[in-house]
Design a protein around this ligand. Structure first.
Ligand SMILES: [Zn+2]
Length: 162
């Protein structure tokens, strides 16, 4: 399932990407605020993406236009994921092993140590054995502290959504 998230759901968008989903976040696109609703609707329609929004009026507009839309009401990301899972009718799978770049939605590929030498702190290079590079923006990732947070959140989510 592919998603497109409104301007109030940036955190959820980044989290869904880390969890392996394809998500466009309107805040990443250069769209003036007054045109964001129309852009969200047209991109979700043309790309067959599920619209994620906190805006009831936009949600209704989308439904009337035959667009799959999910109204998100919770404030914490885990609650939002559980909500999304219930409303989508199928459990949203959390697949951190197929993460996408949280910043730009690009796919990640394994990078060799020699390719990244000098680009990251030497202590990290020594401590970690696997590195990933975003094919779109080039940002480098490794299993640091945030990885533990992701796995903890994933297991909390998996317990809640059962
Ligand atoms: Zn990227």
């Amino acid at each position: 399932m592919k998603f497109i998230a409104d301007g109030m759901l940036g955190k959820l968008a980044r989290w869904l990407r880390l969890a392996g989903h394809d998500v466009i976040y309107i805040g990443d696109l250069n769209v003036p605020a007054s045109e964001q609703d129309d852009t969200l609707l047209s991109l979700s329609k043309s790309g067959k993406k599920v619209l994620l929004t906190r805006d009831m009026a936009l949600h209704r507009r989308a439904r009337r236009a035959g667009i799959r839309s999910t109204l998100i009401e919770g404030s914490a990301v885990v609650e939002q994921l559980v909500e999304l899972s219930k409303r989508c009718g199928s459990k949203i799978r959390i697949q951190p092993e197929s993460s996408r770049c949280p910043m730009c939605n690009g796919l990640l590929e394994l990078a060799g140590k020699e390719e990244i030498e000098g680009k990251i702190p030497a202590t990290v290079l020594r401590a970690q054995s696997e590195f990933w590079r975003c094919v779109k923006c080039g940002k480098l990732y490794w299993h640091g502290k945030h990885w533990k947070t992701i796995l903890e959140m994933a297991s909390r989510y998996n317990r809640m959504v059962k």
